[in-house]
Design a protein around this ligand. Sequence first.
Ligand code: NCD
Length: 293
Amino acid sequence: MRHLITTDDFGIEEIEQLYKDAEDFLKAPPPKLLQNRLIITLFFENSTRTRSSFEIAAKRLGADVVHLDVAKSSTKKGETLYDTAANLNAMGPDAIIVRHAQSGTPYQISRHVDCAIFNAGDGAHAHPSQALLDLFTIRQHFGGDIEGKRIAIVGDIKNSRVANSNIRLLRRFGLKITLVAPPHFLPKTDLPTTIKLDDILDDVDIIMSLRTQTERHAHPIYGSLKDYASDYCITKERIGDRKILLLHPGPVHRNIDIDDAMLADPRCKVLEQVKNGVVVRMAALKKLILAND
Ligand code: NCD
């Protein structure tokens, strides 16, 4: 039984194939490859993009989608998460898509079910489908030529599952990563790091800005996010006319992570990422569900 818990679950060639499928799905209405399949979404944390993206991806391929409303489910009556998962599994889904605040939950659930588990984000650990769509967007932008491209990941890297998954994935594809953040947002790493955003702007092809993960901070770190913004906000003034591809997984703290002018700038591909997210998730659903037959 195969799952998507981290990006390491897919080999490089499998990812190449995944992207071929995603490109095909962008070009033409997809065949109903997952007709009569059942996919359950189980989100214990808030989500705008990821849940709707997975659900739309599943429906585009003809699958039936059921969302378990966790706030009204029996986990609220004291049922363990694993019993909830085992009960859902007994209804015969082909995949369960899980988001949880606790790192490791999707992996644990995968041991209690016999369908594919897709990790839609677990704590600060991993968010593999986001990293896969980010890399897809980078490749699309550079026409596939990404070896050696330089990317700065900027913001609350230590608490970001998006950053974690991207660091692992982008390294495998030969990108050169620099981490840019105040010291308390930097993880222990062997990658180059800097606290000065302005110092690296002439040496990067891509900037991936991240939201400050305030919900994961035990104590407030900044008196105000405006203090953070003065050093790390990606503003048009800072970027000037440099040819930089600007990414952000969303939700964006507007004028904290990226300013209004850069969000409206054609170099900012945030909505392209969202669009690509649907086809990349379609390809991932197709791959694992058909592989598990
Ligand atoms: C991210 C997440 O939930 O991990 N959002 C997303 O899935 N697009 C990033 C975030 O919440 O900052």
